[in-house]
Design a protein around this ligand. Structure first.
Ligand code: SAM
Length: 349
């Protein structure tokens, strides 16, 4: 008998079921990835209630394989059908899997798994023996772009909800807010902010050449040079001291190597104007044994595993708060958990 609240006894059959469930999950992730690569979701979004023959002829695919794909997707509740002949997307998947522009789109997150995590896991047998890493930076345009796409829902949330909800910020955004986006990657958040708040100025900074080059091309294409600046390098190079009203870090704190984290948060403190806001959207690693099985920590725990060979370490609540306090942020730190387990930290200088 085990009286620990996080541990209950499971039968052998229940343990076996878990293995089969995870194995199905593995296949379904690849089924979705394949559906994206072949344009199956987009086709069914445009032409619901199509049969495998119509789908295959239109996309130049092999009919018997598409039939099996459709039946498997129906079993997994990704597709619906009344007769196993004509198929349509199950509710909400037109947005979640077939519309890159929708804030609920999760195709980027799926591709991050099949196109990149799968390769990192292959490399893990070597890495676990010698401790080597493959860092985030300088991988490929496809990688940088897929990461940006995987996070795009958080960009929408930050632009339209989290940032304007900070005290005094909505008015400032409408008039002349100076915003710094740290770890801006390919600049998706920077350009979204620029579009939503045309009277505000935005600087994006990142150490990654690949992301920054994509961001610079986009800046050129959008001709937003008067409103947006993209900087490649260290955070402190992004502006004058006390020059920003708001500094953002979306999925960045856990990517900054622990050796330079304190210095970076110290630089952020210097760059903020008095009463300026630091808004961090990131993940928090559990620190108590009972936390590891709580729903809110499942996503951060998986991220930490997926990114361990990138050299990333997700900070605990205590580490996050000590970093801020040591840097000089002595006001109350706002903290909430949203969605699948993202932590929102808000603190004023
Ligand atoms: C997961 S990506 C997030 C990108 C972007 N914030 C977004 O939402 O699309 C993390 C980014 O943090 C950047 N980064 C890591 N350490 C950094 C540092 N010390 N200074 C600036 N950027 C850094 C990485 O290069 C990478 O582009």
């Amino acid at each position: 008998m085990n009286d620990k609240s996080w541990s209950k006894s499971l039968s052998s059959d229940e343990q076996v079921s878990k293995i089969f469930e995870w194995r199905r999950g593995f296949n379904i992730i690849y089924l979705i990835s394949l559906g994206m690569d072949l344009g199956l979701f987009k086709f069914l979004r445009k032409a619901p209630n199509s049969n495998p023959k119509e789908i295959s002829e239109s996309l130049s695919l092999h009919i018997p394989y598409v039939e099996v794909w459709c039946k498997t997707a129906f079993a997994a509740r990704i597709l619906e059908t009344d007769n196993c002949v004509e198929y349509r997307l199950a509710e909400h998947f037109d947005k979640i899997l077939a519309d890159e522009k929708d804030p609920s789109f999760l195709g980027g997150y799926i591709k991050l798994g099949t196109d990149f995590a799968a390769k990192d896991f292959e490399f893990s047998t070597t890495a676990f023996r010698d401790g080597s890493t493959v860092p985030f930076q300088n991988r490929s345009n496809h990688f940088a772009d897929t990461v940006g796409s995987a996070i795009s829902g958080l960009h929408v949330l930050t632009t339209h909800k989290l940032l304007p909800s900070l005290p005094g910020m909505k008015q400032k955004l409408k008039t002349d807010c100076n915003i710094l986006d740290i770890g801006c990657g390919t600049g998706r958040l920077v350009f979204r902010l620029a579009k939503a708040w045309p009277k505000s100025s935005i600087v994006g900074v990142d150490i990654d050449n690949t992301g920054i080059n994509i961001a610079r091309e986009k800046l050129n294409e959008l001709q937003l040079e008067s409103q947006v600046r993209i900087v490649q390098g260290d955070v402190i190079e992004s502006g004058e001291q006390s020059s920003f009203d708001a500094i953002l870090m979306v999925e960045v704190l856990h990517e900054i190597s622990p050796e330079v984290r304190q210095e970076t948060i110290g630089d952020i403190f210097k760059l903020l104007k008095p009463e300026g806001w630091l808004l961090i959207v990131d993940e928090t690693y559990p620190s108590e044994t009972e936390d590891y099985r709580k729903a809110e920590y499942q996503f951060p725990i998986q991220t930490a595993f997926e990114e361990v060979t990138w050299g990333n370490i997700i900070p605990t609540k205590n580490i996050q708060e000590n970093l801020l306090l040591t840097a000089g942020f002595t006001k109350k730190i706002g903290r909430k958990i949203i969605g699948e387990g993202f932590t929102i930290l808000e603190v004023q200088k």
